[in-house]
Structure formats: C-alpha cells, structure tokens
Design a protein around this ligand. Sequence first.
Ligand code: ADP
Length: 379
Amino acid sequence: MILVLNSGSATIKYRLFSTGPAAPDLDPITGGLIEHIGESGGPASHADALRDMAGALRLDAPDLVAVGHRVVHGGSRFVAPTLITPEVVSAIEELTPLAPLHNKPNLAGISVARSLRPDVPQVAVFDTAFHATLPPAAYTYAIPTELARQLSIRRYGFHGTSHAYVSRQTAALLGRPLQTVNTIVLHLGNGASACAVQGGRSVETSMGLTPLEGLVMGTRSGDLDPAVIVALHREGGLALDDIDAVLNRRGGLLGLAGNNDVRAVLAARERGDAAAGLAFDVYCHRIRKYVGAYAAVLGRLDAVTFTAGVGENAAAVRAGALAGLDLLGIAVDPARNAAADRSPRIISPDGAPVAVCVIPTDEELEIATQTRAVTAQHA
Ligand code: ADP
C-alpha cells in the first residue's frame, strides 16, 4: 500500500492505494479529509490529527511500502519527486519563505509521518517540478537580474502534478503518443492555472513566483498591473499585509461577485445579477486570452483540456471561455458540452482541428504513481 498525504494549513487530505507486485495499477482503497486542524473542536496539530487517524490511514500496517507527500514549492532545486532525507527536509524548510502558507503544513505532515513510520520510505512530490522544463524566456521576470537572483524571484508555476497527469491523459484519450501532442491544460479549481504542454513538457504556465499570478480564481485576483499594488499603498493607504489579503483572499470572484464559488456565481448570473455577470465575463475573458497566447507559444495546438472542480463541471464556463476561438480551430459542441458525463471525454465537434477535452484530474493518484517510481529506483 502507498499512502498519499496532502497537508494544508487546517486540513489533511489522504488517500490509500493498493500496490500488488504484479498489478500495474494503483487501486484506491480508502481516502478522506481531516479538517479544522488547530481550530476549536478539531485536532490541535497535524501530529495529533495523524496520530488520531493512524488506524484509518493504516499508518501502522506492515504492508505500507511508501508515503507520498504533496509539497507545494520546490524552488529551483527540486525538479523531480524526491526521496525524503533529513537533508531534503532542511532544503524544503529553506524554501518556506517562497510559500509559507503551503510548505509549512506540508513539512508538518512529513515530520509526523516520518516519526510514526521511520522504516517506510517517504517521497516529496512537488507542485512546481513539472514546470522545471520552462525555458528562461518564459520563467524570467524583466526586473534587474541581480535582484531577481538574490531573492530567487522567477516564475515557478504550480498545479504541476495535475498538469502532468491531465496532459498525459489527454494524449491517451486522443490515442496518440504523448511526445506528439501539444495541449493547453486549464486547471480551474479554487486555484486556477493554465499550462502549455509541448510533447509532455511544460513550456509556459500562468502561475508565477507564487500561485497568485494568471487566471481569475475564487479569491485571488490573478494578473493585474503591478502598479495597482503601489496605488493601493500610496493612494489607498493599505499596508502590505492588507494588500496581500486583497489580492489573495478578497479578490477574484469573491471580490467581483461577493462569492468565491463558481456554482453560486453561475446561479446569481442566471437570476440577472449584474455583478455576477461581470465576474463570469472577466473570468472567461482571462481564460480565452491565455488560450490565444499559449496557442502562439506552442505554435501548433492539438488539444485544450479542462480539469478540476470548475473545469470538470461548469459547462457554461467551458463554452464562455472558448467562445469565438474559431480562428484557432477551437469549437465546443453544445450537446457534448452539456452532457452529464464524469469520464474523460471530447466535447469538440467531430473532425475539429483542435480537440477540446474534459478530463477529471487525480493529483493523489499521480503522487502515488510518482512515489512508487521513486521508491522502485531506490529499492
Ligand atoms: P481545489 O482547488 O480546492 O482542489 P476543486 O478543484 O475541487 O478545488 O474546485 C472547487 C471549485 O469547483 C468550487 O469552489 C466550485 O467553484 C467549483 N465547482 C464544483 N462543482 C461545480 C459545479 N457543478 N459547477 C460549477 N462549479 C463547480
């Protein structure tokens, strides 16, 4: 069995997979979500949460062969899933300033799991790793080189586990070798990012130094003129922490429509709510701009694939985001788009130059797959 842990600030998502020696597939056995860690009524710490749940997680099981941990920020150092050693833990700690909200809880999960099962190999799977193939032209910000170097400021990109899995599944759905397929993956969840994948390699992605850049998200603004930050401070008198909150927690759909959940925004728009209508238009317009830009980056486009909570479920967003892209060979078939189908599928018309796909992401399965590959190398 392989256990996958995704430790957030107040939650731990877990999934357990069986690993028969002869079975190529990893089959999910069980999974769940521990919530309210550090909040009233919940476990006091990640350590308590994992100890309380050790039975359900089978942390004590003799046939547990590995634990895979999601780690959000691997910086420039971690470009592949990595067997966790004390040295690796220190290196992840050093990266914490780049993603304090994420790497700290990830490290807490690693620390507890290692103390409970020191005999079992543990692997860190980084959200940033898939984007290690970005060329310098895509990852460099045009600020003074020395300043960027000192502070490790560059585009890293996130959601890499999902983009890797979904781009592979896209090639499989099209029945073509991964190396021959160019795909734009649109991961639209609470966080959202676009990724241009050329023959299986990430060559451009919309999130940057942090997961704030790019698409409009539930509570994050995505792209804006950096001078907005200066204006919020100079003209608005907001302190840096307040600006951080405005952009990361009070922006996006929440800032525009008063709700961060796409379902609520769609319902309000249906009722004729003008703010929700504008929020929807801004959200879709941003995606459409990225699709056009990434088609130009890729040079040739085979597929556009929607994934994650919004991408898999919101037909109105898929249709709105890709409307008017006929010049790129992109079209959505209304009946296919509206079909209530949970399996990987194509929603463009037959014979369209670009396949528009909907593919459920599975980050935990991808983490388990990579964890197994790393432990096999070290076995
Ligand atoms: P996370 O990024 O936290 O992993 P998900 O990928 O599960 O989140 O996406 C969560 C979001 O998906 C919700 O906030 C909601 O806006 C959206 N969503 C889920 N189901 C639907 C649906 N049926 N229609 C529209 N949006 C949906």
